[in-house]
Design a protein around this ligand. Structure first.
Ligand code: OAD
Length: 236
């Protein structure tokens, strides 16, 4: 880690940060995509042709996050944000609500949120904590049949990318936590941060496709490594 003062920070998180809270990651032996064909449950085409299957998959995910609690990695990022204020941006690929449950505010859910629903009839999105069924009414327009999860499916554009790219182009520290680097554009954030002259750090339980691109790699479970790493940044 460079000794000069770090002032603008962007942190990217992926499924690995929530693994110790009990939410399965996407890839790997017990991963969420095992047993599911992505094209059946997580694409725009699946919504068009088989909406109940998509809603059913995400209804299950929504139920899974009802009672899960943030872990020490989520909490360390809250402390970091509190110390840095607006100079700290947290971008998550996760659709679970654990960052906000821990207390993060300056947060972008680039792949959407499980606890929101979108309506293809009125185009609006709203907080949502139940199951979306064929007869469920849109909380905004009151019509049935058009609900879908307010998450980014394969083939759709991630959310709020302009804000993320602006922050990356101006940051001096970029940290990627618990993400496999298999899905773009998030997998390319490290390249943008490197181009901006930032110091880049990867925290992951295992090596990833993007590991060689980072200045520093910290191997281990997020719940252990992230609190220590954040504490070391406070001492700079
Ligand atoms: P993945 O499932 O692809 O990768 C999870 C990463 O977390 C892996 O690199 C693991 O090594 C790491 N990991 C697992 N447990 C960990 C722990 N306790 N501490 C630290 N690291 C750990 O999940 P993502 O990279 O988040 O997108 O996946 C990216 C996107 O692919 C998701 O947002 C989702 C998915 O398809 C959409 O659905 C649009």
């Amino acid at each position: 880690m460079p000794k000069e003062r770090i002032s603008r920070i962007v942190v990217l998180t992926g499924a690995g940060i929530s693994a110790e809270s009990g939410i399965p990651v996407f890839r790997g032996a017990d991963g969420l995509w095992q047993g599911h064909r992505v094209e059946d449950v997580a694409t725009a085409e699946a919504v068009a042709f088989n909406r109940p299957v998509v809603n059913d998959f995400f209804n299950k995910r929504r139920r899974e996050v009802e009672k899960v609690a943030p872990n020490s990695a989520h909490r360390a990022l809250v402390e970091w944000e509190q110390a840095c204020g607006d100079d700290f941006l947290l971008v998550t690929q996760n659709i679970d609500p654990l960052h906000e449950r821990a207390g993060s505010h300056n947060l972008i859910h680039m792949h959407g949120e499980l606890q929101r629903i979108r309506c293809d009839s009125c185009g609006e999105s709203a907080p949502f904590f139940a199951d979306a069924l064929a007869q469920t009414l849109c909380p905004v327009c009151g019509r049935a049949g058009g609900l879908r999860p307010d998450v980014v499916l394969f083939g759709e554009m991630p959310m709020r990318m302009e804000e993320v790219f602006m922050a990356l182009s101006a940051c001096d520290l970029f940290v990627a936590i618990g993400t496999s680097g298999a899905v773009y554009p998030a997998a390319g954030f490290v390249d943008l941060a490197n181009q901006a002259g930032a110091y880049t750090v990867e925290i992951n339980a295992a090596e990833t496709e993007r590991s060689p691109t980072f200045h520093e790699r910290l191997t281990g479970r997020a719940g252990e490594v992230v609190p220590d790493f954040v504490a070391s940044c406070f001492k700079l």
